[in-house]
Design a protein around this ligand. Structure first.
Ligand code: HEC
Length: 173
């Protein structure tokens, strides 16, 4: 009796092995007979925006808009201690000059900018490195450069009636 059971076990194991092998082979041949693989369907990564201005806007919308909004009025602005700057008036507040290099440093945040206290403004250099999967600080600088290009594109005149903070007081005696 014992013997038969053992033989039975071996028999079933063999059967199973054949079945599995057969199934594997069947799958392989099916795959081979199937439609040609669609390698063309593999799309380029979504963030591969090559136009610097468009990429800068993309980044601004993802990271900055929440506080700075269109005119310093993003949805998160009221939760902050310090009012986020209206980034469309950077040039207007500096007498028409757009300080690209200074802005790069402010946004990066990893370098000290004289006279620019750190308030609620996050340090983007480090954030970008992580969330945009950038390896070197050079890459980070490049992305920040694109945001600065975008910022330059949205500069406008100070709206009539609003005084910019740096306006020198005009005394008349
Ligand atoms: C959490 C809210 C918040 C987010 C998000 C944010 N900022 Fe700011 N930002 C501020 C606040 C508040 C200030 C003003 C106070 C300060 O300088 O810290 C500021 C100031 C700045 C200034 C200085 C403007 C000046 O005239 O001195 C620049 C430039 C700037 N932000 C750019 C950006 C950019 C670019 C992004 C996106 C990558 C961004 N900010 C995202 C809150 C934010």
């Amino acid at each position: 009796m014992k013997r038969i059971t053992k033989l039975n076990k071996i028999f079933y194991t063999l059967c199973l092995a054949f079945l599995l092998a057969g199934a594997a082979q069947f799958t392989v041949s099916c795959n081979n007979a199937g439609q040609p693989k669609e390698t063309a369907a593999e799309e380029a990564p979504v963030h591969e925006e090559t136009d610097p201005l468009a990429r800068g806007k993309e980044l601004y919308m993802s990271y900055c808009q929440i506080c700075h909004g269109e005119h310093g009025d993003g949805p998160m602005a009221e939760l902050l201690k310090l009012e986020p700057t209206d980034l469309t008036l950077i040039a207007a507040e500096r007498g028409g000059t757009f300080p690209a290099e200074e802005l790069r440093k402010i946004i990066d945040g990893t370098e000290e900018v004289e006279g620019h206290g750190r308030g609620d403004m996050p340090i983007w250099g480090l954030t970008f490195q992580k969330s945009e999967n950038l390896v070197t600080h050079e890459e980070v600088k490049e992305e920040i450069g694109k945001i600065v290009i975008y910022l330059q594109s949205i500069q406008r005149e100070a709206p009539a009636g609003t005084e910019t903070s740096e306006e020198p007081a005009e005394g008349e005696g």
